[in-house]
Write a protein that binds this ligand. Structure first.
Ligand code: SF4
Length: 382
């Protein structure tokens, strides 16, 4: 099984915290669509052998694309790949793009799931974030999506905002929970270099949340959502039963995925102990002129140790966790190595739970899951 990711690098305006790859001018949009179709159609035969289980339009703001264009892109994908019936096809959408008509057009085009950029219901925060929507638009958009017939949708929420009090976060959560979204992705705000937020923080105009506040907020989010019946199936992802994101889950279990568009990443296993990763440079001007995509891509070979390391990092971010026997194809004999000393120490600290060779981070361990993975990887000498 494989997944397809399409990167649409256009936004109406730049959110102050965002360091994704996007352009706020749309003059190259028609050329971009033409190049995207060329790239999809030029997919080599070895990519086409597995059925496609998920397609994800991310960005950027893919809900800015004309509805007919989305349909055309899905048709182009279907001429090249064998897309399973019942595939999960997700569109990232911003509240200002939502209407009943557009939702129906998306459903008719084959989109099965929306991922909504809500972020917060606080008007002042939306303002400094430079989001184009208001709290009322956010509420209305969730109502519209559900009423128009999207059974599956996700809402993004950002927490650990500068000067955010616990009560403000709880208000955001209760505003969101009124609608019982089937899926919620909740992220700690990170201050990325090169963003306006970074410049404001450097100048002392905004005070970012410290590590303690961020950890406390993460705990508040997790406790509140789990009390309401959501399963925390990954550090930042929560869902009602049956609504986990199949696309993102496939990243965490090392399934193949093919990324199209400037800045998109791909992963392809070429054997039991070997894979290739590649990415398209985040360069729209070069992308639209590209005639030979295989020369445009930047690729790296990933060997057995690299794959084992990734499995540990990715597995320990998820509730499913990691069974060390899964690493045997990459590193024969790994299950019998002395990693259990580190595991015992982390388990005693309440950060990890162990059942035989199966490991999973605990609620206490989630905020430091990367550090836990690093300690295990270091112990294993990968
Ligand atoms: S809409 Fe999304 S991709 Fe575009 S600037 Fe805002 S956060 Fe970044």
């Amino acid at each position: 099984m494989s997944g397809i990711y399409v990167h649409v690098p256009f936004c109406r305006r730049a959110c102050s915290y965002c360091d994704f790859y996007f352009s706020t001018t749309q003059t190259l949009l028609p050329d971009f669509i033409a190049a995207l179709k060329r790239e999809i159609l030029a997919s080599p035969p070895e990519w086409r052998t597995e059925p496609v289980r998920t397609v994800y339009f991310g960005g950027g703001t893919p809900s800015m694309l004309p509805d007919g264009t989305l349909r055309e892109l899905l048709e182009t994908i279907a001429t090249v790949f064998s897309v399973e019936s019942g595939a999960e096809i997700t569109l990232e959408a911003n509240p200002e793009d939502i209407s009943v008509l557009r939702c129906r057009n998306w459903l008719n085009a084959g989109i099965t799931r929306l991922s909504l950029g809500i972020q917060t219901f606080d008007a002042d925060t939306l303002k400094w974030m430079n989001r184009p929507h208001s709290p009322e638009q956010a509420r209305q958009c969730i109502k519209t999506v559900a009423q128009a017939g999207f059974a599956s949708f996700s809402c993004d929420l950002i927490y650990a905002l500068p000067s955010q009090q616990d009560n403000a976060l709880l208000t955001d959560l209760s505003n969101l929970l009124v609608f019982q979204p089937p899926h919620i992705s909740a992220y700690t705000l990170t201050v990325e270099e090169g963003t306006r937020l970074h410049a404001w923080v450097q100048k002392g105009h905004l005070l970012p949340a410290d590590d303690d506040a961020a950890a406390r907020h993460m705990q508040l989010v997790s406790e509140t959502l789990q009390k309401q019946g959501y399963e925390r199936y990954e550090v930042s992802n929560f869902c009602l039963p049956g609504f986990h994101s199949r696309h993102n889950s496939a990243y965490w279990t090392h399934e193949n995925y093919f990324g199209f568009g400037p800045g998109a990443h791909s992963f392809f296993k070429t054997g039991a102990q070997h894979a290739i990763r590649w990415n398209n440079p985040a360069h729209l001007n070069r992308y639209v002129k590209c005639a030979a995509f295989e020369r445009f891509r930047v690729s790296e070979q990933v060997g057995a140790a690299g794959l084992a390391e990734e499995r540990i990092y990715l597995g320990l971010r998820t509730k499913r966790g990691l069974d060390f026997r899964e690493l045997e194809p990459y590193e024969p004999g790994i299950s019998a190595t002395g990693f259990f000393d580190t595991v015992k120490r982390l388990t005693a600290a309440g950060l990890l739970s162990q059942n035989g060779t199966h490991l999973a981070v605990t609620e206490k361990g989630y905020p430091v899951s990367d550090r836990i993975a690093l300690e295990i990887i270091t112990e294993l000498g990968l």
